[in-house]
Design a protein around this ligand. Structure first.
Ligand SMILES: Cc1ncc(COP(=O)(O)O)c(C=O)c1O
Length: 403
């Protein structure tokens, strides 16, 4: 029914992931036949359930100012109920202009001079920039690795909350870069600790729609006393490939926290939506679940291929199980190269563009992140090139025979 093997015309889209100018600013010169597996968007066309709505808007031909109409709230309420089993009320939902910007607004609304923000590392780096750009100090809770899976060090977390008193804990659920899906018990512990020490729990759930292994628990599924301390950030952007529309939302059950946040948005006139953004969100949430299920199956097959190829043929690499989304976290320590060196060689010599683990704030050395949200043929070719690259490393001298 859907053909995810079909290539979308990304070369003419001016997207950052495929644009040579952007790529060369980031990676330096790369071969003509590069394969970009870095920035987190997918190479699949959006479903017709969304593009038909855009088409009709284009035919109408007018793009005047719009407002947040009821279908937006209904779509969010139904999505959260059907997908994540949580009941949300209309007044708890606030439109925002992309989750990354929202991280910045949250810090602006709740942190002042001398305040601190807590996060687990490695982490999606706008968490760090959201704080640092407002001159707010970051506290890091390094994730522990047990049996090749990330865990939160709760003892340290409690000490940090108690002694350092961060105003806000930015929590990524599921986690980017690893895809780790946190259990209900883990979320309960995080929420309980934040409540106990009066730290607002900001949960970024943008990766919650594509769960490959395990069960996702929404931060809003805890008891009222705990959700009262939560700001939940979500958008259809990752799952439906709508990132360029810059439309997202926050759900804030506590009226006082909500009022403070909305006041900050209003001060910056973040009130009315982008015409296409609101349409896209409604069409995605109301009518595109079948497509999402199908694309998730396709991605899971990409992952299974990638995982089995690497475990059978490239013992120098070790994959952390990709429990959600389409971003796989790969340990490269056995290659003897740093993440930076391997990323640069893969880009310059083999045209395979991946993220250096060091781009995830800290604790990412020894890792790379690979985006599997693309046509299978790209994954097959990329993994062959990665194998050639690893084979060309001289283990004694850590140097490389050129391609
Ligand atoms: C954890 C996380 N939050 C937010 C975003 C971006 O969300 P948005 O497109 O809504 O700004 C990403 C994109 O990769 C992400 O990984």
């Amino acid at each position: 029914m859907y053909n995810f093997n079909e290539k979308a015309d990304r070369m003419n889209e001016r997207c950052r992931k495929w644009d040579r100018k952007v790529i060369e600013e980031h990676f330096g010169r790369v071969p003509e036949d590069f394969i970009p597996l870095w920035i987190a968007d997918m190479d699949f066309k959006i479903p017709e359930t969304i593009s038909n709505v855009f088409q009709k808007a284009v035919e109408r031909g007018v793009f005047g100012y719009t407002y947040v109409y009821d279908e937006f709230y209904d779509a969010v309420i139904h999505w959260q109920r059907d997908m994540h089993h949580v009941e949300v009320e209309k007044e708890q939902i606030t439109l925002t202009y992309g989750t990354v910007s929202t991280l910045h607004y949250v810090i602006q609304a709740f942190c002042g001079e001398g305040d601190k923000v807590l996060m687990n590392t490695p982490i999606y780096n706008p968490f760090y920039h959201g704080a640092i750009k407002q001159r707010i100090k970051c506290l890091y809770n390094t994730l522990s690795i047990v049996n090749n899976r990330y865990y939160i060090d709760f003892q340290r977390l409690e000490t940090q909350l108690k002694e350092e008193k961060p105003k806000v804990y930015l929590f990524c659920s599921p986690h980017n870069p690893s895809g780790r899906v946190w259990s209900k018990q883990e979320l309960l512990t995080v929420s309980t600790l934040c409540k106990k020490y009066h730290t607002i729990l900001v949960v970024d759930e943008v990766h919650a729609e594509q769960i490959l292994f395990g069960d996702f628990t929404s931060a809003l599924s805890m008891e009222k006393d705990l959700t009262d301390n939560v700001i939940l950030l979500a958008s259809p952007n990752k799952a439906f490939n709508l990132g360029g529309l810059k439309t997202s939302y926050a759900i804030i059950p506590n009226p006082e926290i909500r009022k403070k946040f909305k006041t900050l948005l209003e001060r910056n006139s973040i009130t009315s939506p982008n015409t296409f953004g609101i349409m896209g969100l409604i069409a995605a949430y109301a009518n595109s679940r079948q497509w999402l299920e199908a694309v998730t199956v396709y991605i899971k097959k990409n992952y299974e291929f990638f995982e089995s190829y690497i475990s059978e043929r490239i013992p120098e690499l070790q994959i952390m199980q990709m429990e959600s989304s389409y971003l796989v976290w790969v340990n490269i320590e056995k290659t003897g190269l740093s993440s930076k060196a391997l990323t640069e060689i893969l880009a310059a010599q083999y045209g395979v563009l991946v993220e250096d683990g060091n781009h995830f704030v800290r604790d990412g050395e020894g890792w790379i992140r690979v985006n599997l949200g693309t046509q299978r043929e790209n994954i097959i070719e990329a993994v062959r090139r990665i194998e050639s690259c690893i084979r060309a490393i001289d283990p004694r001298r850590g140097y490389l025979i050129l391609r």
